[in-house]
Design a protein around this ligand. Structure first.
Ligand SMILES: *Cc1c(COP(=O)(O)O)cnc(C)c1O
Length: 374
């Protein structure tokens, strides 16, 4: 039997969930340009530019700055498998789903996670981290999530990194949802290893994980006593392809067209300006917040720690969560996010990420919610 399907033709939705978010039209357009060989000099020239663009987005001079050929979770795994060796102690701050995912990574390596728990919807508490650092002077790493997408809470990455360094720990930071959406300064804040994703605030398609390692992180990687257990994510091998002055030897086939997309997305970010992008996210969040308040909808996170790009709100009493979301999707082509983990069934997550952080989207979300909740 021969399968017979029509071409897949997705409708144009407005993506206002936790990611993927709306992709900029010029990014989609760039992605459809002709595929080059991944060792083609023209493609390699574009990759060199991509590194400079990523350094700008991360605000870093780190030489080891690249995009992992897989989504954010692979960036997370790349940080842990490259830097952490079996038996080493890692303090993992957990205030949502992604902190827990970090802990699982550490455990699978055969390293020892020391968990600092904070309530869902709260930022990581620096005092709790300091208690753990004092109690575990042998800890080598501190890992935390800058922008916890499962709850909409921002943590103070600068303070947490400064604290970790006072206790000689290497910092591993998840800014999958932070990059491009809120202030992030990798060098100034002393972040040693950071990973992100393309499908949140970068207005890009899913599938890549921007990553950057400081000199201290690279030194830790080079001093390993055991080989990195993942062949694919082993950055000592990947640098043969991405490294400056590298011979660009084959490691794996780069996702050529997806890298075009990232190049275009970052070019747009530079055009707008990083700080202007942060300010736009903050402004759109204020407009959304104002409208939601008029509808009587309340936020999960206290004001100082709210992520502008991920608005977690309590589902009003008596409202059918799934019915509302499916009406938004079917009648308005609008996707908002469900609650995750401890917030499942209790919250919605309304994303204002990248190209999605626009006035039209705020207006659509507010008018659609007003209709549906009526
Ligand atoms: C989305 C997200 C991830 C995982 O990224 P994927 O691209 O889905 O693998 C990790 N951490 C945070 C904070 C995220 O929001």
């Amino acid at each position: 039997m021969k399968p017979n399907f029509p071409p897949f033709s997705p409708p144009r939705r407005t993506l206002m969930g936790p990611g993927p978010s709306d992709v900029h039209p010029s990014v989609l357009h760039t992605q459809s340009k002709p595929t080059l060989g991944h060792l083609d000099p023209l493609f390699i020239g574009m990759m060199d530019e991509l590194k400079v663009l990523l350094q700008y987005a991360f605000q870093t001079r780190n030489e080891m700055t690249l995009a992992i050929s897989a989504p954010g979770s692979a960036g997370m795994e790349a940080c842990f498998v490259n830097l952490v060796e079996p038996g080493e102690k890692v303090i993992v701050c957990r205030n949502g789903v992604f902190g827990e995912r970090m802990r699982q990574n550490v455990e699978r390596i055969g390293a020892i996670p020391v968990v600092v728990d904070n309530e869902w919807g709260q930022p990581v508490d620096p005092n709790a981290l300091e208690d753990a650092l004092r109690a575990h002077p042998d800890a080598r790493f501190v890992a935390f999530v800058h922008a916890e997408t499962s709850t909409g809470a921002r943590s103070d990455a600068q303070t947490l990194c400064a604290l970790a360094h006072r206790y000689d720990c290497i910092t591993v930071v998840d800014s999958v949802t932070g990059l491009g959406g809120i202030e992030l300064r990798v060098d100034d804040w002393g972040i040693d290893a950071i990973y992100s994703g393309t499908q949140k605030c970068l207005s890009c398609v899913p599938g890549l994980s921007p990553l950057s390692f400081s000199e201290a992180a690279v030194a830790k990687l080079k001093a390993r006593k055991t080989p990195v257990q993942s062949w694919f994510l082993d950055q000592t091998l990947v640098m043969g392809y991405w490294g400056s002055g590298a011979k660009r030897s084959y490691h794996h086939t780069a996702p050529v067209n997806t890298l075009y997309a990232l190049h275009e997305a970052l070019r747009l970010l530079v055009d707008e300006g990083l700080e202007a992008s942060w300010a736009r996210h903050a402004h759109m969040h204020q407009l959304l917040h104002h409208g939601l308040t008029e509808l009587g909808i309340e936020f999960v996170v206290a004001e100082p720690w709210r992520l502008p790009q991920l608005n977690a709100v309590h589902i009003p009493p008596g409202i059918d969560d799934a019915a509302v979301r499916s009406r938004l999707l079917n009648d308005y082509n609008l996707e908002i996010g469900a609650g995750l983990g401890a917030l499942a069934g209790k919250a919605w997550r309304i994303g204002l990420m990248g190209y999605g952080a626009r006035r039209e989207n705020v207006a659509l979300a507010l008018s659609a919610l007003r209709d549906v909740l009526r």
